[in-house]
Design a protein around this ligand. Sequence first.
Ligand SMILES: C[S@@+](CC[C@H](N)C(=O)[O-])C[C@H]1O[C@@H](n2cnc3c(N)ncnc32)[C@H](O)[C@@H]1O
Length: 251
Amino acid sequence: MLGWTRAELARLGVRPSKKLGQNFTVNPKIIEYFLSQVPPSSLVLEIGAGLGVLTEALSSRASKVIALEKDKRLCEYLAKRFKGNEKVLIVCGDALEYPLEAEILVGSLPYSISGPFLGRVFTEGKWKKAVFLLQKEVAERLVTEPGTKEYGRLSVMAQLCCDVELGPKWGPKSFWPPPEVESQHVVLKRKRSLPKEFSQFLACVFSQRNKKAKKVLPRCGSSWEGEERVRELTPQHLWEAFERSRTLKGV
Ligand SMILES: C[S@@+](CC[C@H](N)C(=O)[O-])C[C@H]1O[C@@H](n2cnc3c(N)ncnc32)[C@H](O)[C@@H]1O
């Protein structure tokens, strides 16, 4: 796969863009893992289709794959590659804007957008299951507990929205060009959708994560009575504080 990927990029005259997080999958085990997590005959939205290696594999399992790609050069390549394949729809667009209206979301997410994109995932769409390949530190942040350095807005939203399971880790050599970081699969099963205002509330609260919650929460429209610091509040505590802020606002 490494030889094929390098040759295709050279043929297209595409130098992988760091800004677009273009680290293409060259380890077939990654594709196998994605496939093992996708229920047969489902409608799948793939984020960042790249050269279409995952798209191709998904199309043999799903009823339809909507393959989203932002890079116009790759969109043209994908449109040619999948011409005549009725199960694949190539969309040239931005994952930060495209509606998340599919049962299953998958993708090796470009590192540069994983934070804002996950923010959308937790608050939008009708999806039931999502299988993402993320930078290992971002994957760990989704399951980390209150009080840790990594605990923050994404941890709280992930744990309230979904059952979160960490999958296998993958080293830099699984990608071309090799990234500077390790990657890890994450599987999300949605329990409920969260309101967008909750994300804004958490951004306000965690901007002062080391301060006492009783000082910070009133500034974010809510209240708190204990001695805990913001970073020590559990997802459930924060959800209750958010609901109090809505009652105070009369929503
Ligand atoms: C890590 S690569 C994965 C490519 C391919 N799925 C693979 O596994 O080889 C991420 C892909 O996302 C695309 N991308 C980057 N930003 C995007 C965005 N905002 N919306 C959609 N695609 C994006 C990149 O151009 C790149 O093709």
